[in-house]
Design a protein around this ligand. Structure first.
Ligand SMILES: Nc1nc2c(ncn2[C@@H]2O[C@H](COP(=O)(O)OP(=O)(O)O)[C@@H](O)[C@H]2O)c(=O)[nH]1
Ligand SMILES: [Mg+2]
Length: 391
């Protein structure tokens, strides 16, 4: 790099999102860096100068020249990457990547980590909603032995500043769904949605990450080899410049991500058994519904409720004995079994309410054939899906 030429853009890695091990050879890595901090950006032209300046000031005071800032921009129309590239003239620790093929926050973070050399990998938003000062506390936590240090809004000294009731509700709701689906992952941190954290490279070395959407931390906790986690409270600041990119799409992607992680944690055999049990539930549901409506002479709603409940019981028993037999055998005793059944039922309850409501709607409002209505309800809200949540 000549004195008045900005640094070249970093090459964008291709292929799987695998985190490489740190190069040990002194030729390739003569002076190992302590921290590689990724700043993902999309349309952040108004924030980029300030965040880079602020982070440099903090880190130079603590670990002078032993860190790097990797700004990964997804070809923002406001040319965030170009502004950042000009900043490299002033900030020697800054490197810039401009992605043109791929898009998305989580993959941007991983692509950034893939080209880094630091012992600690980190991520921080570019829009100053993550107070830069917290960074030093995260660094301390890792140096004190944590594998993962998470900045959390949900512990003491943490919070959100200007969120609407709707966003708070959606955020907490999303966390609850995640807890039900992946207790072993979301239960480990108070703020699994945090996009502000540091992780020891060692725990991700040679791990292939496969995130969808925004929530890179979920992926790190689920796939990393993490023992000790430390959380540091912070208040999510108001955004002063630019706009949030969060839309409904991110909520859908979050659900997709949860399901992908859920399934990836299951061996293929378990997945197949689960599918077979789910299918058996469909036959039980429609069969019992038919019997209750014909021989039983029961009303539509009662038949729909009863048949769905029998299907839930069917799915629970088979899943408990067969699909997740190995896990349930470790939790013996009728009390624990009953607890599992109640939990399973509670989760299925929502599906059941929607199922019955849909049968009524299709039959009474649209005059659809009752068995077709029931089948549609099963297809749209397969009670088997709720089995996902049971274990
Ligand atoms: N590279 C990249 N960065 C993104 C993308 N979406 C959001 N970001 C950045 O990720 C950070 C958080 O995004 P933001 O929209 O502020 O989310 P919010 O704070 O949850 O509302 C900001 O620095 C954004 O510029 C994306 O698709 N690609
Ligand atoms: Mg933001």
């Amino acid at each position: 790099m000549s004195l008045n030429q900005p640094a070249d853009l970093l090459q964008v890695p291709t292929g799987p999102l695998k985190i490489p091990a740190q190069a040990e050879s002194p030729e390739i890595n003569p002076c190992p860096l302590e921290l590689s901090l990724v700043i993902p950006t999309y349309q952040e032209s108004e924030n980029v100068t300030e965040i880079v300046q602020h982070l440099t000031q903090l880190l130079e005071a603590r670990i002078p020249h032993r860190y790097e800032l990797i700004l990964v921009d997804d070809d923002s129309p406001d040319q965030t990457w170009k502004i950042a590239q000009t900043l490299t003239l002033q900030y020697s620790q800054l490197k810039v990547m401009r992605r043109q093929g791929e898009r998305g926050l989580s993959t941007a973070v991983v692509r950034g980590w893939q080209v880094t050399q630091g012992e600690i990998l980190g991520v921080i938003d570019a829009d100053l909603q993550h107070p830069p000062e917290t960074l030093l506390q995260l660094l301390e936590a890792i140096k004190a032995g944590a594998d993962l240090a998470v900045a959390s809004r949900h512990i003491e000294e943490g919070g959100v500043s200007d969120w609407s009731v709707t966003r708070r509700f959606l955020s907490r709701g999303a966390q609850l769904i995640g807890l039900l689906l992946l207790p072993g992952v979301l239960g480990r941190v108070s703020d699994p949605m945090s996009g502000y954290f540091m992780v020891r490279r060692q725990v991700l070395e040679n791990v292939t990450l496969n995130p969808i959407g925004y929530k890179i931390l979920l992926e790190v906790v689920a796939r990393g080899n993490i023992r000790q986690i430390t959380e540091v409270g912070y208040v999510f600041q108001e955004r002063l410049e630019g706009e949030s990119k969060v839309t409904w799409k991110q909520y859908i992607e979050y659900l997709q991500h949860l399901l992908r992680l859920r399934f990836s944690r299951w061996p293929v055999g378990r997945f197949l058994r689960f599918g077979i049990v789910g299918l058996s539930g469909v036959f039980v549901d429609i069969g019992i519904f038919y019997l209750l409506r014909t021989t039983g002479g029961l009303g539509l709603t009662r038949s729909a409720i009863l048949s769905a409940e029998v299907a839930i019981l069917n799915n629970f028993i088979w899943n408990d004995l067969w699909t997740f037999g190995d896990i349930s055998r470790q939790q013996r005793g009728w009390k624990r079994g009953l607890k599992r059944f109640i939990k399973f039922n509670l989760v299925c309850l929502l599906g059941l309410i929607l199922n019955v409501a849909l049968v009524n709607l299709l039959f009474n409002l649209f005059g659809m054939n009752q068995y077709l209505a029931k089948l549609m309800a099963i297809a749209l809200l397969p009670s088997g899906i709720s089995g996902l949540i049971s274990n």
